[in-house]
Design a protein around this ligand. Structure first.
Ligand code: THU
Length: 130
């Protein structure tokens, strides 16, 4: 079993809780802290559509609100052949609070790719520029 497997499995389990009645597109995320704690998230949609929160941001906000501040990796799972990368808003939030995270993309059956967040969000805006 590769080290990433259990994180991916946690994201797969979190995906089961997705609240996605409008898109039907269920996403799960599992964020690993520097200390090895895993915090999960799923996407949560609502009737306005626009207030939807992605799985990745749910995981990060849950982690922050539990007091975690240092992160290593995040696994993101959707039921797609082509892997589902984090949206632009999530890249920004993950970068600001997680830095150059390892991003593991997977579907229900297999891992589909590993990326660094700095490669997914080149030339980021963050607090260092304020
Ligand atoms: N979604 C995520 O949760 N994470 C992603 O990386 C991509 C998109 C959600 C938002 C919405 O509930 C549904 O997937 C379709 O966009």
């Amino acid at each position: 079993m590769r080290a990433s497997d259990s994180l991916v499995d946690a994201a797969r389990r979190a995906r089961e809780y997705a609240v996605a009645p409008f898109s039907g597109f269920k996403v799960g995320a599992a964020l690993e802290t520097a200390g090895g704690v895993v915090i999960t998230g799923c996407n949560v949609e609502n009737a306005t559509y626009g207030l939807t929160v992605c799985a990745e941001r749910v995981a990060m906000f849950k982690a922050l609100s539990d007091g975690h501040r240092e992160f290593r990796r995040i696994a993101i799972v959707a039921d797609t052949e082509v892997p589902t990368p984090p949206c632009g808003a999530c890249r920004q939030i993950l970068w600001e609070f997680g830095g150059d995270l390892e991003i593991i993309l997977a579907n229900l059956l297999e891992e589909k790719g590993v990326h660094r967040l700095k490669d997914l969000l080149p030339l980021p805006f963050d607090a260092r520029l304020l």
